[in-house]
Design a protein around this ligand. Sequence first.
Ligand SMILES: Cc1cc2nc3c(=O)[nH]c(=O)nc-3n(C[C@H](O)[C@H](O)[C@H](O)COP(=O)(O)OP(=O)(O)OC[C@H]3O[C@@H](n4cnc5c(N)ncnc54)[C@H](O)[C@@H]3O)c2cc1C
Length: 348
Amino acid sequence: MRIAIIGAGVVGAAIAWELTSVQGWEVAVYEAQPAPAQGVTAAALGLLMAVLSDRGTTKRLASLQRYHEILTDATLPGNRRGILRLYEDTATWVKVEKMAVRRQRQGWSLELLTVADLQARFPVVNSHGWVGAVLSPQEWQLQPAPLTAYWLHRATEQGGQVHYNTPVLQVLPGQPLRLVLRQGEVTCDALVVSAGLGSTQIPGLSAPFRLEPVLGQAVEVWCPELADYPVIYGQETAIVPQASGSVWVGATVEARTTPDPATWEQLWQRAVAMCPVLQGKTWQRQWYGLRPRPVDQTAPIVQNDPHCPWVIWATGHYRNGVLLAPWTAQEVKRRLWELASATSSMGK
Ligand SMILES: Cc1cc2nc3c(=O)[nH]c(=O)nc-3n(C[C@H](O)[C@H](O)[C@H](O)COP(=O)(O)OP(=O)(O)OC[C@H]3O[C@@H](n4cnc5c(N)ncnc54)[C@H](O)[C@@H]3O)c2cc1C
């Protein structure tokens, strides 16, 4: 079976890697940009928050589990010291205590810390204003661009092809499907659309959903005082130390397409209140990205096209595309298997 994938962001890359592991499947990725991870993936903080999350946890935990299975040897840059989440109100804290018991039963460990524990273990964190904290040691942060490149590299080692500078200009339905490229036409038996926000803009395809951009801003500062720390997360603000001594701070959630300086300033002030050591640090890099959020639908969208089942949509990952990439890849593989088996049994 010949499978084309549109988009070499973190989602398309994970899918490419997963599908190239199947013998007999020929996989080709088409990416408009000259390199991988040039879309919103370039802007992501790369947090894999699943154990500590209270929404969509089945997919999130499955995806985190997959990361633990597939990235054991890889020396990919990121922070594997866990996520330290801070809680400010008692009602939530009571729920967190119950959640910790549930997660423990599911095989995930969470360490509940009192304010005194927090102060003793993580002195650089301002312990005032919190009712408690939870350390989740199995949740990681991975730098999304190297992760994407890694998966694509592995996919090519497994026989896949990746074509950069190759926007898919149009898709012509039928079996086989035809993709119109600048270089001419190519055909495939199945198509996976993982083009992020671009997924709904491809002529010839009619997406059965809508996506809207949600902007996120972040910065990188030099702060070696935090180098040995886990990711620190509270009040929708993430402080993400890297082994190099730099720290990523983000991310705003804005329903607009150009960044608002005041929204950023509020987030930065929250980060400084959490870790006063950040005060006065010079921003080395500031960036933003547009997350693809499904309109009136839960993220992500992984489904067969209602008119042409050989087209599989894998997009709309909104705030969790890095986390959910391995789950998405497995789900796409499962759907392709189903189609392939149904076709071969019909042929018998
Ligand atoms: C500030 C910020 C922080 C974030 N933090 C996290 C986090 O901590 N954890 C997490 O899990 N997620 C996070 N996210 C969300 C995450 O970035 C996205 O969910 C994820 O990157 C989506 O990946 P993607 O591959 O679907 O999209 P993209 O990265 O946008 O990739 C789509 C690719 O398709 C290509 N393309 C589009 N149209 C065509 C075409 N016609 N032909 C060929 N190629 C095409 C584009 O060039 C692009 O490279 C964050 C986002 C932001 C903005």
